[in-house]
Design a protein around this ligand. Structure first.
Ligand SMILES: *Cc1c(COP(=O)(O)O)cnc(C)c1O
Length: 370
């Protein structure tokens, strides 16, 4: 089961996965790892992030993102969110210009892709290296290009709730041989770097192999073997997610007071989760909506809860990093609801869930008296 346990001429399942994913993604190098969080840590180390360095990242993301920054001893500089749940480009530009951060860990949270042309322009202008967290955008595109092909290095997760599922797992991609070599050594390749499926040639390891510590984050063959067949179905599944998401969006788009995040016109999102906001609703109303939906069998998440329940995506719960003032993000999260859209839901299931949400929202949202 160990990725280096294959016979000398045999291609291990982990190496096969790397080759297939690199080919599917349209990237030169791919490294299979134990988790998406480990992929991010290794990506940050590979681009040269050192303890105490500042790293720009989204204020609205999932805990493994600030966690990976903390794991390398760096400091997260949180960037505000826009109403469409992407990173706020004005705040990004301001912080890229006025902070010492030279790396942006851009999290495409819930699959919402920012204007990548502007992101690249800002990174270029302030000499900021772009690392992408594509945990929610495997299979998504911006301007035709697959998400994860805009930055210097990108990280994917194959954890159960992502687009391909091996329980836990991660993939790192890059077109830089130097970064791929460093990441491979960091992942714990011992000296087996020539036995990878989409790694750089041996010359890239000449000095790197002596200078890069082993951090043991290899993917095993067991997990790799269940991922390759899922990759074959991923493009079809992207379409299936979009169909389900459209049914839900259609049900809620005409409900008064509800705002759906409008994607960028160049972005092709994977609709594996559904979000809506209720600008102006108070905490009691939001709690009532959660309770009523739950009583009708629909489990929503609410990002505005004072306490983290089951997940943490609120920067106020990340007390291991310096507290930061993010009024726009706080405002957005205070009425933001979220639901996973698993492919086990049929289109009829989605229509039914849509009707339940319509009913709950129409009854709970207290409108201003005319
Ligand atoms: C799931 C996730 C990750 C990586 O998570 P792992 O559980 O470590 O694979 C990173 N970023 C976001 C936004 C995620 O949702």
């Amino acid at each position: 089961m160990h990725r280096y346990g294959a016979a000398p001429q045999e291609i291990s399942q982990a190496a096969a996965l790397e080759a297939e994913f690199a080919n599917w993604q349209g990237v030169q190098f791919c490294l299979a790892l134990t988790s998406g969080g480990q992929a991010i840590q290794i990506a940050l180390r590979s681009v040269g992030v050192l303890p105490k360095d500042l790293v720009l990242t989204n204020a609205f993301t999932l805990a493994p993102v600030p966690g990976a920054i903390a794991a390398v001893g760096a400091k997260a500089v949180l960037v505000e969110s826009a109403k469409d749940l992407t990173i706020d480009l004005g705040d990004l530009e301001e912080k890229a210009q006025n902070s010492a951060a030279r790396v942006l860990l851009l999290s495409h949270m819930r699959g919402h892709i920012a204007d990548m042309d502007r992101i690249l322009e800002i990174c270029d202008r302030y000499n900021v290296t772009l690392v992408e967290d594509c945990a929610h955008t495997m299979g998504a595109r911006f301007d035709g290009l697959r998400s994860g092909n805009h930055g210097l290095v990108s990280c994917f997760s194959t954890q159960t709730y992502k687009h391909i599922n091996s329980g836990e797992g991660g993939l790192l991609t890059t077109n830089s041989a130097e970064i791929a070599a460093r990441a491979t050594m960091l992942s714990g390749s011992y000296m087996n770097f020539s036995r990878h499926g989409a790694g750089p040639d041996e010359t890239s390891f000449e000095t790197v192999r002596y200078e890069t510590p082993n951090m043991s984050a290899r993917m095993d063959n067991l997990r790799a073997s269940i991922l390759t067949p899922q990759l074959d179905r991923l493009d079809t599944n992207v379409t299936r997610w979009s169909e389900r998401h459209s049914v839900l969006a259609k049900a809620l788009e005409s409900v008064e007071g509800v705002e759906l995040p409008m994607g960028h016109s160049k972005a092709l999102r994977v609709g594996s989760s559904f979000q809506f906001r209720l600008p102006g609703a108070d905490a009691n109303t939001c709690q009532l909506i959660l309770d009523q939906a739950a009583s009708l069998g629909v489990e929503l998440k609410w990002f505005g809860s004072a306490e983290p329940i089951g997940f943490t995506s609120n920067h106020k719960s990340w007390r291991y990093i310096a507290a930061q003032s993010l009024p726009n993000t706080d405002e957005i999260l205070s009425t933001l609801f979220d639901m996973r859209v698993p492919l086990s839901f049929s289109l009829d299931d989605c229509a039914h869930i849509g009707r339940i949400l319509q009913h709950v929202l129409e009854n709970c949202v207290v409108r201003d008296p005319v």
